[in-house]
Design a protein around this ligand. Structure first.
Ligand SMILES: Nc1ncnc2c1ncn2[C@@H]1O[C@H](COP(=O)(O)OP(=O)(O)OP(=O)(O)O)[C@@H](O)[C@H]1O
Ligand SMILES: [Mg+2]
Length: 234
């Protein structure tokens, strides 16, 4: 479904990604783990069209997207929930969700979509008339995810959805990621919380200093002695 092939990404002279390749099949949950500054967010931002690769290609459902504008990529079915989520604090939960459906494809079916979203996120149904700014951190993260699902993405990318959340809420977020998979969503997840992320992943990549240094199934990660000490605290 997604084929990131051998990309280089720079911020001016600084090379943030070097020869990075990532593949995702439809319906998979794929994770990218790695330390601060490794290039995880840069990878997601590049797929979303917010950065342009200087080399390599990105294909989504068989079409090149690496020269497309960010809004075209969203309309093409990929959505990004950035670090820390992003909601409109002065709008209600309901209005935030409606704003999420403002793209050509999603608008007509937004009404049918809401009940499905509320089923996946019951807490948002209870809070539908509350201002987003008054939600807890975890609820806000869920709203950010729910909002991007309103746009009917076929691939959803989540940038560290568990960051800054209490352990119980982190567990809830990972439960949602699991239920999204059961609903058939394809998910690309970036996480520092490698232990938990590996449990929900079909396939995983480790990125360090802009380069992919390891990839495999979660069992392969568990077996690797370097990864065990450096990332899994085992
Ligand atoms: N706009 C920018 N201009 C210059 N350098 C940047 C910019 N954005 C990111 N970088 C640099 O690129 C590298 C990769 O950053 P990136 O945000 O992709 O890392 P990350 O893996 O997401 O880290 P974290 O886990 O802390 O979120 C870092 O060294 C960062 O300082
Ligand atoms: Mg990041």
């Amino acid at each position: 479904m997604l084929n990131v092939h051998d990309i280089n990404v720079f911020y001016d002279e600084f090379q943030a990604l070097e020869s990075v390749t990532v593949k995702i099949e439809k319906g998979q949950t794929v994770i990218v783990v790695g330390p601060n500054g490794a290039g995880k967010s840069t990878l997601l931002r590049t797929i979303a069209g917010l950065q342009k690769p200087r080399r390599g290609s990105i294909e989504f459902e068989g079409h090149r997207i690496d020269r497309m504008e960010a809004h075209q990529i969203v309309e093409g079915g990929i959505s990004l929930v950035p670090e820390g989520g992003r909601v409109f604090p002065h709008l209600t939960v309901m209005d935030n969700l409606k704003v999420g459906s403002y793209n050509k494809g999603a608008r007509p079916i937004a009404k049918q979509r809401l009940p499905q979203i509320f089923q996946l996120f019951p807490v948002l149904a209870d809070r539908r008339n509350q201002r987003a700014g008054s939600l807890s951190g975890g609820e806000r993260q869920m709203l950010a995810i729910a909002r991007s699902l309103m746009a009917q993405p076929r691939l959803i990318m989540l940038d560290e959805p568990s960051l800054g959340l209490a352990p119980l809420v982190v567990n809830m977020v990972f439960e949602f990621i699991k239920s999204m998979k059961q609903e058939g969503y394809t998910v690309l997840l970036v996480e520092q919380n490698a232990n938990k992320a590996l449990k929900v992943a079909d396939y995983a990549y480790l990125i360090e200093s802009g380069k992919m240094v390891f990839e495999g199934k979660s069992e392969d990660f568990d077996k690797n002695p370097y990864i065990k000490t450096a990332y899994l605290g085992l």
